[in-house]
Design a protein around this ligand. Structure first.
Ligand code: NAD
Ligand code: UGA
Length: 449
């Protein structure tokens, strides 16, 4: 079976490569000629663990190729995946579907034999119906079926998530198309991957609800973390204590400076817009979104308050810029809200990120100093600020760190150190949902964490 993937970004490139690994013939298409030229030279446009080796392997075996020629790639394909971006619109919180419909416009003239057009991009409910109507205006309805197949991979763990998903969701109203999708995902049935066969609408709502639920779960734990700080409880014990209840689950209970990334913020916003259109109140999701937006600002305020409101000339060593570890993606990263506030207030920011430095230049330009490693970033700093939980920051030589800093103060917004080790190393340590003062080595009431 031949596959054409339109849009060679995080989702298109990973899905295309994984389908090629399953043994299908895949062509990944993009309008960005530079990206395709680079891919043809073996240069991978994103950092995603394991992706470079898998691309190389499948290009070598001739299962995977890259092209800007959409027409030719579509003509040869049985299945066409649309994996272009659906960012927030410039003038509202709605998903901008212009890339999806531009791709359809480009592909429609090439639908001359039967094709299954699969919408993998995250799109609001009702879009697949519109896609089908759009194609019907340009080609015979005998020649295509539309399927909704939302993607649930996470950046940084994308290959594992694609190869071993918790589930596959197929929204279809054609048996022929469903049968073809089953064939495509057949390699996953060996691992007994559950599949949900449903309507277009349900598949579309599943994708947004999953992201909104997870985003709300994070806002929930971040709010409980605020309470822990105020009342002296320890968020790590609390998260463990509630997460062991299988109905709640231990995942996505890590407090943070706020969730970011290319999807949770934009998808939660888009879902709220959809709800508005249907005159339905999604107040829980709305509360989670506004809390998350405010939280990023609150994080900057915490640092400012440490200097009694005067950040002028203070040196802040920032560790981590990407929205999560194991990616170079900076989209809606908390660092993009926090750092500009600190800089605006007069702070000098020295930053390091293991993979995000190139991307960071596009956002911060010359407003910050870019460092070669974590130790350089904290050298001469009044405070170290940990924004992303990269493994490279988990085992820093605390003695060396202390000797390099002007004053030994750490704001750890990912809780990657224990209160005990930071206390023992002589740091003033501020983390989330845990009070440093609670750790007193000689105290009878000594707490964990
Ligand atoms: P991306 O911005 O990384 O990639 C999109 C690609 O599409 C770009 O390379 C762009 O040049 C290309 N493109 C745009 N218009 C085109 C056209 N007409 N023809 C050919 N190529 C075109 O986006 P992404 O992060 O991969 O996200 C894609 C979709 O998948 C979005 O709807 C997103 O919400 C969803 N999604 C993303 C993730 C993720 O982890 N990034 C996970 C699940 C779902
Ligand atoms: C998320 C979902 O997890 C994927 O299932 C989905 O496919 C994807 O969005 C999408 O639709 O694009 P991703 O954004 O790559 O994936 O990364 P996550 O691991 O979900 O993290 C998102 C944000 O939440 C990050 O900023 C992360 O730091 C934050 N987070 C995550 C927390 O603050 N606490 C947690 O416990 C977990």
């Amino acid at each position: 079976m031949k596959i054409c993937v339109i849009g060679t970004g995080y989702v298109g490139l990973v899905s295309g490569t994984c389908f090629a690994e399953f043994g299908f013939q895949v062509t990944c298409v993009d309008v960005n000629a530079q990206k395709i030229e680079n891919l043809n030279k073996g240069i991978i446009p994103i950092y995603e663990p394991g992706l470079d080796d898998l691309v190389l392997k499948n290009v070598t075996s001739k299962n995977l190729s890259f092209s800007t020629n959409l027409g030719q790639s579509v003509q040869h394909a049985d299945v066409i995946f649309i994996a272009v971006g659906t960012p927030t619109s410039a003038d509202s919180g709605k998903a901008d579907l212009s890339y999806v419909f531009k791709a359809l416009e480009d592909l429609a003239p090439h639908v001359t034999t039967y094709k299954v057009v699969v919408v993998k991009s995250t799109v609001p409910v009702g879009t697949c119906r519109k896609v089908s109507d759009f194609l019907a205006q340009h080609c015979s309805t005998e020649l295509f079926d539309v399927v909704s197949n939302p993607e649930f991979l996470r950046e940084g763990a994308a290959i594992e998530d694609f190869m071993r998903p918790n589930r596959v969701v197929i929204g279809s109203q054609s048996e022929r198309a469903t049968a073809l999708m089953k064939q495509l995902y057949r390699p996953l049935y060996l691992f007994e991957t559950p599949a949900v066969y449903t309507s277009w609408e349900s598949a579309e709502v599943i994708k947004y609800s999953a992201n909104a639920f997870l985003a709300t779960k994070i806002s929930f734990i971040n709010q409980i973390s605020d309470l822990c700080e105020a009342c002296g409880a320890n968020i790590q014990d609390v998260a463990k204590g509630i997460g062991l209840d299988h109905r709640i689950g231990s995942k996505f209970l890590h407090p943070s400076p706020g969730y970011g990334g290319s999807c949770f913020p934009k998808d939660a916003r888009a879902l709220l817009e959809t709800a508005k259109e249907y005159a339905v109140a999604l107040s829980l999701i709305e509360a989670g979104v506004s809390y998350n937006d405010a939280r990023k600002h609150k994080m900057a305020e915490r640092v400012t308050a440490h200097f009694k409101g005067n950040l002028n000339g203070k040196v802040i060593g920032v560790l981590g810029l990407t929205f999560k570890p194991n990616t170079d993606d900076m989209r809606e990263s908390p660092s993009l809200s926090i750092i500009p506030e600190l800089v605006k207030a007069g702070a000098i920011v020295q930053a390091y990120d293991p993979k995000g430095m190139d991307e960071a230049h596009h956002f911060f330009r010359d407003s910050i100093t870019y460092c070669q490693d974590a130790y350089q970033a904290i050298t001469g700093s009044d405070v170290t600020l940990i924004l992303t939980e990269w493994n490279a920051f988990r085992g820093l030589d605390l003695k060396r760190m202390k000797s390099l800093m002007k004053s030994p103060c750490v704001f750890d917004f990912r809780n990657i150190y224990t209160l005990k080790e930071m206390n023992d190393a002589g740091f003033e340590y501020h983390s989330l949902g845990r009070r440093s003062s609670d750790y007193a080595p000689s105290s009878k009431n000594q707490k964990t964490g």
